[in-house]
Structures are given as C-alpha cells and as structure tokens.
Design a protein around this ligand. Structure first.
Ligand code: NAD
Length: 496
C-alpha cells in the first residue's frame, strides 16, 4: 500500500531531470544558465533546470534538421519505427511511478491523478500513434490511360512544440507521438513551471533507440527559447498549446519568419448546461464539480460556467455545494488527496484576484473563496462557487484557470445557447437533458469543438480535440492529429 511517506521518500531519492536533451545528449544550457524550480506543494526549491536560449535552440533545430534530411528516422522501415515507439512506451511504463512523482512535484497535482491519468494517458497516446503509423495510406486518382497519379503523405520536417504547464506530459505527448509517428523531427519547449517529465521522456527516448536529434527538449523561458523556436527559419511548424495571447504572437512570428504552419490549442470558458429535464441531478452535480475542480481548475476544458435552468436551479445548487464541500485541498503526494495546489504562487495570485473581482462585481459567493493550506508554504486555493453571475461580468467572460465556478440561471434553451456562445472562446460545452431533440439541437448550435451530453469530458484519444473561435484551430488526438504533421504530395507518372 503506497503512502505519503513512500512518495516523499521517492521524491527525495529520484534524480530530477534538469538537463536539456539536444542532439542525442543530455546537456546543460550552452551558457550554463539555469532557472529555479520551486514545488507548489510547499514552495520549496527542488531543482535548477537548464535555461536554454536562442543559441541552444539553434543547435537543437540544426540537429533536428540533419536527422530529418539524412532520413535516420523517417526512412526507417515502419516496423522499426514502431518498435522504437513501443519501446519508449514500455520504458515509460517501467518508470511510471517516477514520472507520476515528477509531475506531482512540478504542478502540484494529486499523485492519484498523475498515476491514474497523466502518465497512463501519455503512454496510451504514444501506443495509439505507434499503432497508427503503418495505416497512413495515400490515394490513387482517376487518370488518363497513359498516366498513373498518386498522392502520398510526407512528414513536414522539423516540428517545434510549445506546451503549457497544466498537463505537461499528457499534452506534450499529444504532439510528440503523432509528429514522430509521421516521421518528423521534433523540438519541444516545455513550460518553465513544469519541464521535468518532458526532459525525462527525452532521456527515455534515447534509451529506447530513437536516433540522436529526432527528439530534442529545450527547457527555457517562453519569451526566449519559445520565441526562438517560433521565429526560426528552419522550423516547419509550431504545434502549440497555451494561452490565446501567446497564440496570437505565434501567428505573427510565423508571418515575420518563414510562414511556418501554426496549430493552436488555446483557452476556454466552457459552459456546462443543466436543463430542467436533467436525467440525473446527482450525477450532474458531481460532474459539474469534477468539471471545474479537477486539476484545481487548471484545465483548458474546465466547465467554468455552469448554466442551470430555473426549474431545477435551487435543488441543483444544493447538490453542487455538497459536492464542492467534499473537495478538500491536500498534499499532492498524499495518495488520498483529490485536489492539489495551483502550479505557482503567481497563478494562485491570479485566481485570488479573479475571486476578488467577482465579489466586487456583485456575484454571490456560495463556497470557498480563499487561499488554503498557507501554513505549508504551498500555493492552494479553495474550491470556489459563485452564484448569480451575470453573463457579461469578468468571471463569466475571462478564463480564470483555477477552481472557480460561475453559476448563471436561465429561463429557456434559446437563452442558454445564447449565453453559452457569448464569449470569445469555443473549446468545450456540456449539457444534461433527457430530450433527444434538444440534445441534438444544442450540440448543433453550440459553437465549440467538443460537446458532451449527459457527461463531462467523456471522450478519448480516438476523437479529435480542439477549439472553435479564439480557442484555436487544428486538432490534437485521433488520426486527424497524425495528418496534421504531414504534407500531401501528388506524383504523376506518364507511361511512355
Ligand atoms: P502560456 O501561453 O503562457 O504558455 C504556454 C507556453 O508558451 C509555455 O511553454 C511558455 O513558455 C510559452 N511561451 C510564452 N510566451 C511565449 C512567446 N512569446 N513565444 C513563444 N512561446 C512562449 O500558457 P500557460 O499559462 O502555460 O497555460 C495556460 C493556458 O493554456 C490557458 O489559456 C489554457 O486554457 C491553455 N491550454 C489550452 C489547452 C488546449 O488544449 N486547448 C490545454 C491546456 C492549456
């Protein structure tokens, strides 16, 4: 039986990955710079991570480019590529406990979540794309009798991947796995708050036999290493997950450099709608609490707006508050904990700032609203629920990226859809109803890339993931993500 003592011992004995992975080697940043990593669990300094700059990025991109050009990866037999990716999955499984502890230390996620979700889901993603890589077929077109024409998918070249801090391993793998499976070389810039699991995967990839230069991990500041990748003339595509603000910069950098492709998975303000004919109010309340409190609300698809129809609003709110009370902040390394810390002191302050604004704008605080576990030195915020939030208020419009739920009551379906669509975002939406027609109508009319009926976050790697509107474009997950990392070439042969 695992315990807090077990995970604390492990955290104390693991060699924390702090070096960049460039050209097949684990290296410090060229100028020897490092940045400090404090765990949000208790605020303590745990590591000095290599802080790469534009020169390090140049070396990583050059290495990725030569690996691509000489075909050491893309020209391998598909069976050999599969073998390497499956081997990497096996090594991640071997080191699953270490990866889970690293993720919990970096982000403040409960160890039960990193063990049950983050690590296994990254491994499943890797296996999904390893299995898919020999199912990429081309097309043969109808042609004149003396000509044969076909179209093939070819890897793009060097993919720059920039990822955020909230699901560092899981989201990085959504990009690394399909990009590698398609035969590309990859340069990953993890978030400065949470670099360790990406660095560990870079190490394991070398052990698995991925050739040098095919996967490089360059930790560093967004403004420095991230910008250097995004403006690089020899990077063919940026696959980004993060904020809209940075997404806009990446499109600008692409235009100012080499018109590299850009795919953007950005933020959200996802509505979770409960209609009067909700089939199970208890389940809906639990899902609503999960939708906003999972990962301390630091989830791009967090159900941060709860729209509830007037006929069930009071009964539903009672159940929701009860569910919220059961979510208690705790030490991320304690196996019983279901709700950990925010990723950083900065993020905690941002969230507390939004709570303050909501109070000032007249929303009714029904639960939480304060910092928690301050005595630990960690960065915790109580699960928080505001009722009577008006649709145009700050809390209903801006992404908090924390455990703060904005509840708004509505009269009928038209009003619900209008409010749901009334932000700049369009990532996810959920609704609870027994009425099949209403479910289909709402699914059609909600302007979002994901719609869940009678559940929340209820689909897997097999289904495309991504946003409408300012939640971005391009899709992660599914076979669509594989094709995102390829170009199509048409070849015509005249028979003489
Ligand atoms: P962020 O945009 O601040 O940072 C994301 C990454 O971009 C980090 O690696 C950062 O170092 C890098 N970066 C920052 N400035 C840069 C620049 N000028 N040039 C290049 N790179 C730069 O986002 P965050 O705070 O780490 O994460 C939270 C955001 O991510 C939220 O908006 C959230 O909704 C979004 N997100 C979206 C999804 C999705 O799939 N749609 C998933 C998770 C998070």
């Amino acid at each position: 039986m695992t315990s807090l003592a077990h995970f604390e011992k492990l955290a104390g004995s693991i060699k924390l990955p702090t070096l960049a992975v460039i050209d097949g080697k684990l290296v410090p940043a060229g100028k020897g710079h490092t940045f400090e990593k404090h765990t949000p669990r208790n605020g303590r300094l745990i590591a000095h991570i290599a802080e790469c700059d534009a020169d390090d990025v140049d070396i990583a991109v050059a290495s990725a480019r030569s690996a691509f050009e000489d075909g050491r990866w893309r020209h391998q037999h598909y069976r050999d590529k599969k073998k390497v990716l499956f081997k990497l999955a096996e090594l991640m499984e071997r080191d699953a406990e270490t990866l889970a502890v690293l993720e919990s230390l970096d982000v403040g996620k409960p160890i039960r979540d990193t063990q049950a979700f983050d690590v296994p889901s990254a491994i499943r993603t890797l296996r999904y794309y390893a299995e898919a890589l020999d199912k990429v077929n081309g097309e043969v077109g109808p042609e004149a009798p003396d000509r044969v024409s076909f179209a093939v998918h070819e890897p793009l070249g060097v993919i720059g991947t920039i990822v955020p801090w909230n699901f560092p391993l899981h989201l990085a793998m959504w990009k690394i796995a399909p990009a590698l499976a398609m035969g590309n070389s990859v340069v990953v810039k993890p978030a400065e708050q949470s670099s360790m699991t990406a660095l560990k995967v870079g190490e394991l990839a070398l052990e698995a036999g991925l050739p040098a230069g095919v996967l490089n991990i360059v930790p560093g500041a967004g403004r420095v290493a991230g910008t250097a990748i995004a403006r690089h003339m020899d990077v063919d595509m940026i696959a980004f997950t993060g904020s809209g603000q940075v997404g806009k910069l990446l499109m600008k950098y692409s235009g100012e450099s080499n018109l590299k492709r850009v795919s953007l998975e950005l933020g959200g303000k996802s509505p979770h709608i409960v209609f009067n004919d909700c089939p199970d109010l208890d389940a809906a309340a639990l899902h609503a609490a999960f939708g906003i409190f999972y990962n301390s609300g630091q989830v791009c698809t967090a159900g941060s707006r709860l729209l509830v129809q007037e006929g069930v609003a009071d009964a539903f709110m009672e159940k929701l508050i009860k569910a919220a009370k059961d979510v208690v902040p705790g030490d991320p390394l304690e196996p019983k904990t279901t709700f950990g810390s925010m990723v950083s002191a900065e993020q905690m302050k941002t969230v507390l700032g939004y709570i303050d604004t909501a109070n000032k704008e007249g929303a009714a605080l029904r639960h939480g609203g304060k910092r928690a576990r301050e005595e630990t030195g960690g960065f915790y915020v109580e699960p928080t629920v505001f009722d009577k939030v008006t649709p145009k208020s700050t809390l209903a419009q801006e992404e908090v990226f924390g455990p703060v739920l904005a509840v708004t009551r509505f009269k009928d379906a038209d009003e619900a859809i209008r409010i749901a669509n009334g932000t700049v975002f369009g990532l996810a939406a959920g609704l609870w109803t027994k009425d099949l027609t209403l479910a289909h109508r709402a699914a059609r009319d909600l302007r979002s890339g994901l719609v869940w009926v009678n559940g929340w976050d209820s689909c897997d790697i097999t289904m495309p993931f991504g946003g409408f509107k300012q939640s971005g474009f391009g899709r992660d997950r599914s076979m669509h993500a594989l094709y995102k990392y390829a170009d199509m070439k048409s070849v015509s042969i005249t028979l003489r």
